[in-house]
Design a protein around this ligand. Sequence first.
Ligand code: NAI
Length: 247
Amino acid sequence: MKQLLENKTALVTGAARGIGKAIALRLAEEGCRIAFTDLVLNDQVEETRQAVEAKGGICRAYAGNAADFDETHKVVEQVVKDFGQIDILVNNAGITKDTLLLRMTEQQWDDVINVNLKSAFNFIHAVTPYMMRQRSGSIISMSSIVGIYGNAGQANYAASKAGIIALTETTAKEFGSRGIRANAIAPGFVITDMTAALPQATLDEFVRRIPMRRGATPEEIANVALFLASDLSSYVSGQTIQVTGAM
Ligand code: NAI
C-alpha cells in the first residue's frame, strides 16, 4: 500500500524527545525521510535517530540552536546537501521560563521569545527558498492553547505562541501562490518532560479543567502533524488546529 509521505523529506526541530520525537517517528512510519535538530548531539538524540530508522526511514540528526539565525541557515543548507530537498518543516523546538510578569526578567522574556518564536522565523526564512523552487511545501509550527487565551505566569510563553499563529497566517498568505502551506497546532496539555516539570497540584488542576479528563499523548499531537504534513490537508493553510480534549 502507498504510504502518505513516500519520497518526502521532513525537517523537525527539537526532536530529541517529546512531541518532536513523536512527530519524527509518525512521519517516518508513512515513508518520510527525517532530518531533525536539537541543541547537542547526545545519547538521547542518537536513541531518537535509531528509533526513527527502525521505522524503516533514513534519519540524520543535526546540532543547532534554533534561536540562532546563522546557525539555522547552515543547518538547512546541510540538510539540503544531504537529502536534496525539504518538503515538510516542523517548527517544534520550544522552552518555558514561567513566572509572574512582574517577576519576569528581561533574560527570561528574551530567551523564550527567541527559542519559541524567532526560531520559527529563522527556519521559515531558511527553508522557503528551497520550497519555492520545488513549488511545494508544508510548514507546521507548534503553538499552544495559551497563545490563544493567555495564561497567568506565562507572559513570555503565551506571547511567543500567539506570535506563532500570526507568523503562520502571514506565511500562508505570502507563500500560498508558490504552493507552500503553513499551519499551526495548538495543543492544550501534553504529557511530556516539559509538563512533567510542573508541580503535581498544577497538573491535577489542568486535568480537572479538561473535559476529556486527561492530557494528550505526544502521539495524538503527531497524528495531527501527519495530517498537516501530507496531501490529506492539501487545501488547508493558514490554520491553527486546537488539540485540547475540548479544553
Ligand atoms: P520538550 O521540552 O520535551 O522538548 C523540547 C525539545 O526542544 C528538547 O529536545 C529540547 O532540547 C529542544 N530544544 C530546546 N531549545 C532548543 C533550541 N534552542 N534549539 C533546538 N532545540 C531546542 O517539550 P515538548 O513538550 O515536547 O514540546 C514541544 C513543543 O510543543 C514546544 O514548542 C512546546 O512549547 C509545544 N507545546 C507543548 C505542550 C505540552 O503540554 N507539552 C503544550 C503546547 C505546546
